[in-house]
Design a protein around this ligand. Structure first.
Ligand SMILES: [Zn+2]
Length: 279
């Protein structure tokens, strides 16, 4: 899947897709919650009532720069979502037209394990940078929060995924309003993690926003207060979500979800006190 934003191409590279019981992600979710939002069917909730989810990276190709936004779970990782994955993701990346060596920037919206996985790969028993020619843009705020955290495969595995690229000298610590290049900038969207960012892409008067995990599933557009179990500060995450959705309903930007199943992108429409996702 890919989208055009002015002169910029954005390509989705899938690592893993699944259907999950949404109450495992959102502790306050009930089936009646989703039924208030029939537009969620069939793309985002299947006939069994399970939420369709995706783990994917987005390559933002400006012509000059090839920026990978979020790097999925990675191969040979211990995690709570799926059994250890193989290196098929790199084949998907190549099939999309990008070799490891042409990615010049890796950008992580936050440092949870499913956004930093392919920062590194296992070679002869050691975790080494997957993209040796890239600069890795790591949020200073999240790095400060987790740099000494214990290994927790369900949340954060920084020693395997971030520390090796820091030690290789490939990391630039960035602030939450960092301008990556003329077409790409970060905006702070805190709550899920302290330094969580979303990524704005602008070209020729068009705008797209890659959400990161400010929402995990479009049901959170219909129910902006629905918190996710791993939210660092649920109330901050909810108010971030509400402001983000109001802004997108006003500016009409293309919104590309980081865990949204195909069709993944759409526009936000205000609907009473909540929102819907039109794809
Ligand atoms: Zn995530």
């Amino acid at each position: 899947m890919e989208w055009r934003v002015g002169d910029v191409r954005i390509v989705k590279v899938v690592e893993f897709e699944s259907a999950v019981d949404l109450s495992t992600l959102f502790p306050l979710f009930e089936p009646s919650t989703a039924k208030r939002h029939p537009w969620l069917w069939p793309d985002f909730i299947d006939e069994d009532g399970l939420g369709r989810m995706s783990v994917h990276a987005l390559v933002v190709d400006t012509g000059e720069r090839r920026i990978m936004v979020d790097t999925c779970i990675g191969a040979h990782r211990e995690n709570l979502i799926v059994p250890p994955l193989d290196e098929a993701f790199l084949d998907h990346l190549a099939a999309a037209g990008y070799s490891i060596d042409v990615i010049d920037t890796v950008l992580c919206t936050h440092l949870h394990f499913d956004h930093v996985g392919w920062n590194t790969r296992l070679v002869d028993g050691a975790w080494v940078p997957t993209f040796p020619r890239a600069r890795y843009l790591i949020g200073r705020r999240d790095w400060e929060h987790w740099r000494n955290a214990a290994h927790d495969p369900g949340i954060c595995n920084i020693a395997e995924t971030v520390r090796p690229v820091v030690e290789a000298g490939l990391v630039d610590l960035v602030d939450t309003t960092h301008q990556v290049c003329p077409e790409v900038r970060l905006v702070p969207t805190p709550g899920h993690t302290p330094g969580h960012v979303s990524v704005v892409v602008e070209s020729r008067g068009e705008r797209a926003v890659i959400t990161g995990d400010l929402a995990h599933h479009p049901v959170q557009y219909g129910e902006p207060d629905l918190g996710m179990y791993a939210d660092h500060e649920a109330s901050v995450a909810a108010s971030t979500r509400r402001s983000f959705l109001s802004e997108r309903a006003q500016d009409g930007a293309l919104v590309i979800g980081t865990h949204f199943a195909t069709p993944t992108a759409g526009v936000v429409r205000a609907e009473g006190t909540s929102f819907r996702f039109d794809t």
